[in-house]
Design a protein around this ligand. Structure first.
Ligand code: AMP
Length: 421
């Protein structure tokens, strides 16, 4: 086996303990808050027809044109690893029709983008995302932002910044891009090559170009609201007003546009200063999808878990150990007790107790060390003497106190201290 075979692909990672415990904690807490807002999980395939992403996200976006892992499968179909979660959810909603037209759905899982890996930018990364499908309504946008902030707070993350902008009514997008193009046309020769290309295909993206020279030019451009209809401006005002009402601080960033084509009205991004160049923790916005003659309005967001973990580690150093504790460890002090100890471990596990036991006949000392490593709360010790007496020694590992009990007493005691069935 070559050494390459032992490594994951560049930009992709194995997630092991102790980190995996933090992942599980974030997932658990995220789900808890999402359920409190009435969102239900949806799991869609990781591999989809590439045409879904082309149509839903847009052919000219970087995500589709430069970063998507697409290939022909053995049947010659052009397929792609999902670069984001919204398109697949929209496919499900469009197929389900009225049943899901006011659905509240969330997803959690890996996404794939073949970008140049750097800190905070992976080729496989993980998102928790949510989509509130239904009527365009500023209250839904504000609620979605509140939900996202509550998840961040449940994760113990603060110090982030929420920036908002509006992209206006998607039916009036031409007026917006037209106005922006007219403004930029005299300066076209000064823009970077990428922006010169974007100018025709996706002029809004010029606004968030990272090139310092383009940034300077863009600073002189009026906010997009300049070319928007009064309804779109009023919509944005209402969202900000509702956020104030919910006591949520935000900043209007008139240069904020989102990379994907489907956004309409409110867009937002949450950044964290601890992250460096790739500082976007989460992005969201309102959108309008047209899929297979169905029009779907909705508002949603996606948060990148790798970046959340980077920010948590930057804030707190090594995060709290979220490893689940073993409740009981059964220690066999004499080989004659092993079979009955195995039965005891099984009895406890069947009652839902997390229970460790040594299967290799290791020494008493090594078994006690294993119990410590598993952070066992209680140890049950059984040796020759206990076998003769029909008893068990129960040791409280935190206090060091121990007592001798018969089987019914042991189960009763553990039932009480561990609140088991
Ligand atoms: P986007 O779908 O581009 O709006 O991304 C939403 C969130 O996903 C971002 O704010 C990041 O937290 C995360 N994200 C996007 N691309 C990557 C990547 N290549 N590596 C790690 N996280 C990413």
């Amino acid at each position: 086996m070559g050494s390459d075979t032992l490594q994951p692909l560049r930009g992709m990672s194995d997630i092991r303990a102790p980190d995996v415990h933090l992942w599980q904690h974030l997932e658990r807490e995220g789900r808890r808050v999402l359920h409190a807002y009435g969102f239900e999980e949806i799991r869609t395939p990781t591999l989809e027809y590439a045409s879904l992403f082309r149509r839903a996200i847009g052919d000219t976006t970087d995500v589709v044109s430069k970063e998507m892992y697409s290939f022909r499968d053995r049947g010659g179909r052009e397929v792609a690893l999902r670069p984001e979660g919204t398109a697949s959810v929209m496919r499900v909603v469009a197929a389900a029709g009225p049943e899901l037209m006011d659905g509240r759905l969330y997803y959690l899982g890996p996404m794939f983008r073949c970008e140049r890996p750097e800190a905070g930018r992976r080729r496989q990364f993980h998102q928790i995302g949510a989509e509130a499908i239904g009527e365009p309504n500023p209250a839904a946008d504000a609620e979605c932002i509140a939900l996202q902030l509550q998840i961040l707070s449940a994760w113990g993350l603060d110090g982030y910044q929420l920036q908002l902008n509006t992209m206006g009514d998607p039916d009036h997008r031409e007026a917006l891009t037209g106005g922006l193009r007219d403004r930029l046309r005299p300066l076209l020769g000064e823009l970077c090559e990428d922006c010169q290309r974007r100018f025709e295909a996706n002029a809004l993206r010029v606004l968030d170009c990272k090139n310092p020279h383009c940034r300077k030019i863009v600073e002189g451009v009026p906010p997009l609201t300049e070319w928007m209809c009064p309804d779109s401006r009023a919509y944005f005002d209402q969202v900000r007003d509702l956020l104030d009402q919910l006591d949520i601080g935000s900043e209007w960033n008139p240069r904020l546009v989102r990379g994907l084509d489907y956004y309409a009205q409110t867009v937002w991004e949450i950044t964290h200063p601890a992250l460096g160049a790739q500082d976007a923790l989460c992005g969201g916005g309102r959108y309008r999808f047209s899929l297979d003659s169905r029009v779907i309005d909705g508002v949603g967001f996606a948060m990148g878990l790798e970046r959340i973990i980077m920010a948590l580690k930057a804030m707190n150093g090594d995060p709290v150990d979220h490893a689940p504790r073993t409740q009981v460890f059964v220690v066999t002090q004499h080989p004659s007790a092993f079979r009955e100890n195995l039965v005891l471990a099984q009895t406890l596990r069947l009652r839902g107790v997390s229970c460790g036991i040594d299967l290799r006949g290791r020494s008493f000392r090594k078994q006690m060390r294993a119990a410590d490593k598993a952070r066992a709360q209680w140890v049950v010790i059984r040796g020759e003497q206990e076998m003769e007496e029909g008893t068990f020694v129960l040791r409280n590992m935190e206090q060091g106190a121990q007592e001798s009990l018969e089987m019914p007493g042991l189960l009763e005691r553990l039932t009480t201290v561990l609140s088991i069935r």
